[in-house]
Ligand binder design. Sequence first.
Ligand code: ASP
Ligand code: MG
Length: 599
Amino acid sequence: MALIVQKYGGTSVGSVERIQAVAQRVYKTVQAGNSVVVVVSAMGKTTDGLVKLANDISKSPNRREMDMLLSTGEQVTIALLSMALQEIGQPAISLTGAQVGIVTEAEHTRARILHISTERLMGQINQGKVAVVAGFQGISNTTEIEITTLGRGGSDTSAVALAAALGADFCEIYTDVPGILTTDPRLVPEAQLMTEITCNEMLELASLGAKVLHPRAVEIARNYGVPLVVRSSWTDQPGTWVTSAKVQERALVDLELARPVDAVEFDVNQAKLSLLRVPDRPGVAARLFGEISEQNVDVDLIIQSIHEGNSNDIAFTVNTAILSRAEAVALAIAPALRHQANSDEAEVLVENNSAKVSISGAGMIGRPGVAAKMFATLAEARVNIQMISTSEVKVSCLVDQDDCDRAVSALCDAFEISATPVIPQISNSESPAVRGVALDMNQARLAIRQVPDQPGMAAKLFGLLAEYNISVDMIIQSQRCHLIDGVPRRDIAFTVARMDAENAQQKLKETAEQLGWGEVILDRAIAKVSIVGSGMVGQPGTAAKMFNALAENHINIQMITTSEIKVSCVVAENEGVKALQVIHDAFGLAGNEKFVVPS
Ligand code: ASP
Ligand code: MG
């Protein structure tokens, strides 16, 4: 007998018939000898409807009243589902967040869960009842108790937090898709269902999977080791398991981390290799990293910033132990990338005194200013950033080895956490190098030319964007340095959501003029393709394979950035879908089963 938390999303409870179907499934689960706590969303598009009503009355509705309003959606569903269960002879009781004791911060419309009381729930369960709990809502921890909501899509978070608090055996998320697919089936009909994915991979795939499973829920599952499965509420198929490594016992307080960053990591044995002024054409990265992987050299970070004229710079890091091998490969292929012998093209640059410091945490998704705070902290500690590489849930900076300790302790202070060295991950042969491929067509690229290469510049730039509430995704600082008016300068390129692009450009232009930075260039016609898989750690050649798939299809790579388990490339917008398809295919993820996409 197991204790199971089941969560049903809006579509799954969208009508009386569907609520009855859910009651049947719950009933069957109980009949099989399990105890069940059910968490439900509001029916269908109810929450959207309520938001619209509010907006019809006020341009900026009061957030407390908004919570009062939105929390009613789930309350309808819990009552109806309880009745449906009782109707088929299954004792059940509906409970609001307040009745359960789901205690949150007092932040209306975006509260985080702090603690969940389990007494009342356990009492009901022990009486043989199914407890039907309203998702997405809680009560504040203040003297005057307030109804709070967790932010859109918050029912997933409620379900996983309940599972953690109750020590449930697992949590099932029932939805209108069969599970997590290897990519978007609307773009790649050959996308396949994954049987499993790790929480870390799931977080990096946020742009692909966030609609199916909210990143906040994934973070709780990872931190508390809650086994999680995403399944279709229409079938009995097994769905996708979202797994986490064994975790240390953790107190059931502050269930959701209030901090955007939950780890500061460092690795002091990094060396950086740059190839400066290589041709900006398809196939260069493929060739370089292809040769490198043939020599069995494992590459860590890779970046390629925007081109200048018709040439690019590509930089990557390796463990110092294998630097000489990596350098030999780079020197060997450099001549082939030159138009003429003895030109200044394809210059190989080696810096072997580097350290990588990273911050990571799911809390940085959609929260502007986290990267900016990292850069500002490093600037204050007088640490110069040699290279920046980012992913959905991680920002890594390469710094001088001598600066590493200072950088780490400043970051730990700033983000109020303790540091962990990067534990060299042993590649898990069971996990595929690439689990899924995502395409993001909602980003635009901005670049600022000639930003002085001094501590504090990145902090200033991204701090400014954070002030205007603009979230930044990929950030890449060019390798090439120009001496202008006696000051070394580099370009910084990054991506933002398209809807923020003009605003960001405008704000940056003003600042650039004041500070004597160069031009601010905007390109909206870009697409970002990413591969994610924990199996790529210690498996040389994964990035090369991605670059190669693009090269074979004559798709030029405009930018590259990476984390340990992710590689992202920016390509031209009109090549985005093609890029997604060929990469998905190159990693053998395509299959024959077709998935029907609900509209
Ligand atoms: N009903 C809420 C929403 O639509 C919460 C949820 O369904 O997860 O955002
Ligand atoms: Mg949802």
